[in-house]
Design a binder for this molecule. Structure first.
Ligand code: SF4
Length: 338
């Protein structure tokens, strides 16, 4: 979490601020086809990576900037939605919705300074978007996650102003969640653009189920400082049964590897009852092999909610024995729990 604390402490700016300093590479983004925009993006991202490494960037905001280019690309994705790996292809600009139910205009269920996140993050200015790309049968936020029509229409300028207000109250980051942030990528990027230089030392947190599409992951690089990310299932069968999602392990492990390269990862593993060996242990084995130094939060707060009562194995809290064994497995694998 070295970068995160450096940003907070003013020793270096947040990634989005650097991206706002780098030119997009063209003045007429709206007129260019997608392939050309992605080409510009890839070239600008090379500049971003060397700028970030060398801690060197132009003093003035670029117009249009790499950050503006990311907004343009995110808005293009709305026409054939592939913000997450469901890749519904819904034209959200034409009033259509996909699996998540989120339209062109995101909706915000609540926004507040959250004191219940990891200690490094609180107070965390958390924006809860309505709608989700998963259908977890035990969802604890089912009231906002399962119905994308709840909440109020999101206005990026208003959200940016709310983040400014939160900074004056001592917020340590902007935390985009839901539901899930993925369907709201365009709104999130536009909010960050509106925040402008006021957000120079406000780290951005992507608080996701990590079923994000590859294209969306590319847009997150150079914007998100922290991936506060759930790794829930150790196999596809459990993911299909409890969250109605396919190819879970392949997609989510891929995105963890990407996130680990392009920011700092805080991995959350919610211990599910009856899933110690098929999920928790397999995830820990993957982590031990692929990112043994990752911030690993083993979470014990599962409680049966929503439709969990329909699944007898899920209709209880994890036992003391399961918790102790999970901690022991982490120790055996050399994973330091946070
Ligand atoms: S965000 Fe995902 S679930 Fe929602 S419409 Fe786009 S591809 Fe479908």
């Amino acid at each position: 979490m070295g970068d995160y604390f450096s940003i907070l402490g003013g020793e270096r700016p947040a990634r989005h601020w650097v991206s706002s300093r780098l030119p997009a590479g063209s003045d007429n983004l709206e007129e260019l086809p997608d392939e050309e925009l992605w080409g510009l993006h890839d070239r600008a991202m090379e500049t971003f990576r060397s700028s970030w490494e060398e801690r060197s960037w132009p003093p003035e905001r670029a117009r249009p900037s790499l950050l503006d280019l990311k907004v343009t690309l995110a808005r293009r994705m709305l026409r054939d939605c592939h913000m997450c790996e469901r890749r519904c292809g819904a034209d959200r600009t034409a009033g259509k919705t996909g699996y998540c139910g989120v339209g062109e205009t995101s909706r915000v269920a609540s926004i507040f300074l959250h004191f219940g996140e990891e200690p490094e993050l609180v107070p965390s200015h958390t924006i809860f978007f309505s709608g989700c790309t998963f259908r977890c049968v035990y969802c604890q936020n089912w009231d906002i996650a399962m119905d994308a029509r709840t909440g109020s229409p999101a206005d990026p300028a208003y959200l940016a102003e709310a983040l400014r207000h939160g900074m004056r109250q001592g917020s340590r980051n902007a935390n985009f969640v839901g539901g899930n942030p993925d369907p709201n990528l365009h709104t999130i990027l536009e909010t960050i653009v509106h925040l402008g230089d006021d957000g120079k030392n406000l780290p951005m947190v992507w608080n996701s189920n990590m079923y994000t599409s590859l294209e969306a992951m590319r847009l997150l690089e150079g914007v998100m400082d922290v991936y506060l990310a759930d790794f829930r299932y150790g196999n596809d069968e459990c993911a299909r049964k409890y969250s109605d999602v396919e190819r879970y392990f392949e997609v989510v492990s891929r995105n963890f590897a990407i996130a680990h390269r392009q920011g700092e990862v805080m991995l959350r593993q919610l211990l599910l009852p009856s899933h110690l060996h098929c999920c928790t242990k397999r995830i820990m084995e993957w982590v031990a092999e692929n990112m043994p130094d990752v911030y690993f939060n083993l979470m014990f707060q599962y409680r049966p909610e929503y439709k969990a009562a329909l699944y007898p194995e899920m209709n209880r809290r994890p036992s003391g024995e399961e918790k102790r064994e999970a901690v022991a497995i982490a120790a055996r694998l050399g994973i330091a729990l946070c």
